[in-house]
Design a protein. Structure first.
Length: 297
């Protein structure tokens, strides 16, 4: 989901907080001043001692990340300590990313011009399995995936640390008509294994979103999908790992929609993230992924 907001969202602890806990309990009735759902960021104590990400609210109980966010460290706090919603760099970056994805969704620029184009990181990417990375001055980073005639995941990655939020806007083009299945999207990796969140295509058109777990670049199983058929090839993806859960979202009709959630550390403990896919048809089917927006926080 998109960042949630409320005016003068503030309260104080009715139950002492222990570092590592995943809930904050406010005084009776104070939860109503906070957004009815997550995500949003709260500051604990005044002046702020640390930040936590709230993923949901039930009455006066906030469900929060187990660790301090944005470089802060959670600490024990006693009853009565202030808690307030906070606008931070992460929140502002997410808002800008949501605006950018909203502007770009459904638009497939033939070059680097058009909605959804921003300055992208064109260095720091590490190609794997013979993916070809092309950087364009017009604001699109592209990875070219030659068809292998079978399953062979290829892409590019860059280093990450948990917790993180990845937002990407990607469109995909297929060259040729050799049939078979193609997948394109974003991914996380531990250097050996990969988990991808992508769009599945066939020669007959787009099939839908799915999540795949790769034990190697040539061996995979389906975690969930394909489902949620979408219109157009420009897709907004988001993966959030708050140290408790790894949650996958897609952008549609002006909002982030949760697609799937699993425990953090399921299948792999990620140290890198990026984008890529595979072209599993004949050698006539090459795949080009164009990255129009990338945000990593």
């Amino acid at each position: 989901m998109a960042e949630q907001y409320a005016t003068l969202a503030q309260g104080s602890l009715s139950v002492a907080y222990t570092a590592g806990n995943t809930t904050l309990t406010l005084q009776t009735g104070e939860g109503a001043s906070f957004p009815s759902s997550g995500p949003f960021t709260v500051a604990v104590d005044s002046p702020t001692a640390f930040l936590l990400r709230c993923t949901s609210r039930s009455g006066d109980v906030l469900t929060v990340s187990a660790t301090g966010q944005e470089g802060t460290t959670a600490a024990n706090k006693s009853i009565g300590v202030p808690v307030a919603q906070s606008i931070t760099k992460l929140v502002l970056d997410n808002i800008r990313a949501e605006d950018r994805v909203n502007a770009g969704s459904g638009v497939v620029p033939a070059t680097g011009t058009g909605a959804g184009v921003v300055a992208l990181p064109t260095s720091g990417w590490t190609p794997f399995n013979s993916a070809l990375l092309n950087d364009f001055a017009l604001g699109v980073t592209e990875v070219f995936i030659p068809s292998a005639g079978g399953l062979s995941l290829r892409g590019v990655t860059r280093s990450i640390t948990v917790p993180y939020t990845i937002i990407a806007l990607i469109d995909c083009g297929m060259n040729g008509g050799g049939g078979g299945t193609q997948d394109a999207g974003i991914l996380v990796s531990d250097g050996t294994k990969y988990e991808t969140f992508d769009i599945e295509y066939s020669s007959g058109g787009q099939l839908g979103l799915r999540i795949l777990a790769y034990t190697s670049v040539s061996s995979t199983s389906v975690v969930t999908g394909p489902t949620v058929n979408l219109v157009g090839r420009m897709i907004g993806f988001k993966i959030v790992n708050d140290s408790t859960h790894r949650t996958f979202y897609y952008w549609i009709n002006g909002a982030w929609v949760q697609f799937y959630q699993e425990a953090s550390g399921t299948f792999l403990t990620e140290t890198a993230a990026g984008f890529g896919g595979f072209s599993g048809g004949s050698t006539n089917n090459d795949l080009a992924l164009r990255l129009h927006y990338w945000s990593l926080n």
